[in-house]
Write a protein that binds this ligand. Structure first.
Ligand SMILES: O=C(O)C(=O)C[C@H](O)C(=O)CO
Ligand SMILES: [Zn+2]
Length: 276
């Protein structure tokens, strides 16, 4: 597991492109038959990418979280951005079709993932945060949560936002998770851009053609920087950072948050004309 310590907005002007990428961009999450993990000290979120190809992959008890098993004092939301597969949690099997979201509650001792077909492997994106109690492990089919239609094709940001794990749906201690799909020909996500000083948020971009990129905006609204992001790479947005972007093709992204509260609409928006 890679560890990344928390950063401060005052550091941003001193970071060059490589330093920004080292701190906020997560690359190489999906390795054949691997479980690749990054621990950020921002709200103690752990991101894991699992790609079972030749057989099942078990989620290991990483030493950095000092527990006998991964979910001893954690919970997670998991979205499958690859081919169909399944998660087996303490012997119970959950079929994970492409785009489905599984909430795994604290206490799950044995967690294993498998693909239906090696030729089209599942790619399980896991967003985990510390938990204080156990909520039931629950599967949500793709498109099965609350749907919000946002944006306008005239401003190239028409998108469908699906809320899967949230305070009025599948319950959790901290994790709030969903998937936003840009409609064909729409390139901008999350306008107006916002911060939520009470939560860290991570985006995993997916469904982006190999040769396309998302230019992702981060930093305080009046001191922004950008990162050029490829398919199936993730961004860590600390509580003080905006998170918005424009693609050279349309795409989807898994968004997930943890921190002080779970109120989706607790966000401070910024008009693009006020951003720098
Ligand atoms: O399309 C959007 O707008 C989003 O997906 C916004 C994210 O859900 C988000 O940043 C929530 O805080
Ligand atoms: Zn946000």
């Amino acid at each position: 597991m890679q560890t990344r310590y928390a950063t401060n907005p005052e550091q941003i002007p001193g970071f060059d492109t490589a330093a920004l990428r080292d701190r906020y961009l997560v690359e190489g999450l999906f390795v054949d038959d691997g479980a690749t993990a990054v621990y950020t000290h921002h709200d103690r979120v752990v991101l894991v990418g699992v790609k079972p190809v030749s057989g099942p992959v078990t989620l290991p008890p990483y030493p950095e979280i000092r527990s006998d098993y991964f979910f001893e004092h954690r919970e997670a939301g998991i979205v499958n951005v690859g081919g169909s597969g399944r998660a087996t949690i303490d012997g119970e099997s959950f079929e994970m079709a492409t785009g489905s979201c599984l909430y795994v509650g604290m206490g799950a001792a044995s967690v294993e993932f498998e693909s239906d077909a090696a030729a089209e492997p599942a790619r399980l994106y896991i967003f985990s945060a510390p938990a204080h109690t156990r909520y039931p492990t629950t599967l949500v089919p793709a498109g099965g949560g609350i749907r919000r239609e946002l944006g306008d094709p005239l401003t190239s940001n028409r998108r469908t936002l699906n809320q899967y794990i949230h305070e009025n749906g599948v319950r959790s201690c901290q994790v709030v998770m969903g998937v936003t799909e840009l409609h064909p020909g729409n390139m901008w996500n999350t306008l107006p851009a916002h911060t939520h000083d009470r939560r860290t948020e991570c985006y995993l971009y997916f469904g982006l053609p190999d040769e396309a990129r998302v230019v992702h905006i981060l930093g305080e609204p009046t001191e922004t920087r950008h990162l050029v992001v490829a398919n199936e790479q993730a961004i860590i947005a600390p509580s003080w950072s905006v998170h918005s972007g424009v693609g050279t093709a349309s795409y989807s992204f898994v968004w997930a948050m943890a921190g002080e509260n779970q109120s989706f609409d607790d966000m401070d928006g910024f008009a693009i004309s006020d951003m720098r």
